[in-house]
Ligand binder design. Structure first.
Ligand code: C2E
Ligand code: MG
Ligand code: MG
Length: 312
């Protein structure tokens, strides 16, 4: 019999005949709460072994709670970090020229984000984190609005490509709004996909009104990552971006060369344009031209930079 327990009103009113209770300690120190068992009837046989069992349950519970607490903490930190990046003016935008492979003329530019906020990391990691915490669409729409305002004086012959993930495509109203104010026939949405697409039909539906306006669709990083062949079959892109990993050493690797040639024939058959990504050497460029590619991007043709550095 515990005198203190007997003096609590609920002991009689519930009534509580027996009671075991152990603390739940999270991170070894902090008491998160108590783990209790009640019985209406007295259980005088309860003893240290029963308490030990309860302590084991409490440890399991504590581990679960600790995981939740640290996930929430990490999520809050990520949201805060992305928020403070945006408040400080991030992301800055740079643009990489897309050139005709025969004469080097500029066909368009791809907008790429740069973050000055710590931690220093590539833009795809910022976007991946933003998507994880539910801010991906917001960040991509911000980039779209910025890109269009930066490109108000882009030469009329040049297109503007913006990276957009399927998730953001589903935000039709805000996306259409963000893309307004730029000639849709000069706009390209690069579908940037780092997670499997769950529902193709909803993406096809979301793309329809954008395409009806004249906006073109590119499949980014084709040949790498998740189901890009499925993207090509289901989304019927206007443009296929031949991934950097296929361009690399295409001049030295007969298999890559064969793949490039086959894709060149495929693109011609279905009336799709191919843009080779990541061209770094003249030898790579020569082979891609030979197999029938007309356009490309890469350090050889121009690094991502400010627009006035590209167009003077
Ligand atoms: P991406 O859209 O495929 O962009 C091409 C990436 O390859 C860019 O990296 C570009 O700087 C890099 N690159 C271009 N030419 C060469 C080359 O010759 N050699 C090498 N080694 N790399 C080259 P970046 O800017 O670091 O972007 C990486 C990825 O981050 C992008 O891949 C895209 O998936 C994502 N990303 C960047 N900016 C944005 C954005 O504004 N929105 C979204 N949603 N994603 C973005
Ligand atoms: Mg891209
Ligand atoms: Mg790409």
């Amino acid at each position: 019999m515990v005198e203190l327990a007997m003096s609590i009103a609920e002991t009689a009113s519930i009534p509580i005949g027996a009671h075991l209770s152990v603390p739940i300690k999270v991170d070894d120190e902090r008491i998160f709460g108590t783990f209790c068992c009640f019985s209406h009837k007295p259980q005088p046989e309860l003893g240290e072994r029963d308490l030990d069992l309860l302590r084991t349950f409490s440890l399991l519970l504590a581990a679960d709670i600790a995981a939740d607490v640290s996930e929430n903490r990490a999520r809050r930190a990520a949201v805060e970090n992305i928020g403070s990046a945006i408040r400080s003016g991030d992301p800055n935008l740079v643009f990489q020229p897309i050139r005709a492979l025969n004469d080097g003329s500029i066909l368009g530019v791809e907008c790429l984000s740069r973050f000055a906020t710590e931690p220093t990391r590539p833009p795809n990691e910022w976007f991946a984190e933003a998507h994880r915490v539910g801010l991906g669409a917001e960040l991509e729409l911000l980039v779209a609005r910025k890109a269009i305002s930066f490109c108000a004086h882009l030469p009329a012959s040049a297109s503007l490509s913006i990276n957009i993930s399927p998730n953001t495509l589903l935000q039709q109203g805000p996306l259409t709004q963000a893309l307004s104010g730029f000639d849709p026939h000069r706009l390209v949405i690069e579908i940037t996909e780092h997670l499997p697409v769950a529902d193709y039909q909803s993406i096809i539906d979301a793309l329809a009104p954008l395409r009806a306006q004249g906006i073109r669709i590119a499949i980014d990083d084709a040949g790498a990552g998740y189901s890009s062949m499925r993207h090509i079959l289901d989304l019927r892109p206007d443009i296929i971006k031949f991934d950097i990993s296929l361009t690399r050493n295409v001049d030295r690797d007969p298999i890559r060369r064969a793949l490039a040639a086959a894709l060149g024939v495929f693109a011609q058959r279905v009336g799709t344009m191919i843009i080779a990504e990541g061209i770094e050497t003249q030898a790579e460029l020569d082979v891609l031209r030979e197999v029938g590619f007309y356009s490309g991007q890469g350090y050889l043709l121009g690094r991502p930079k400010a627009l006035d550095e590209i167009f003077g």
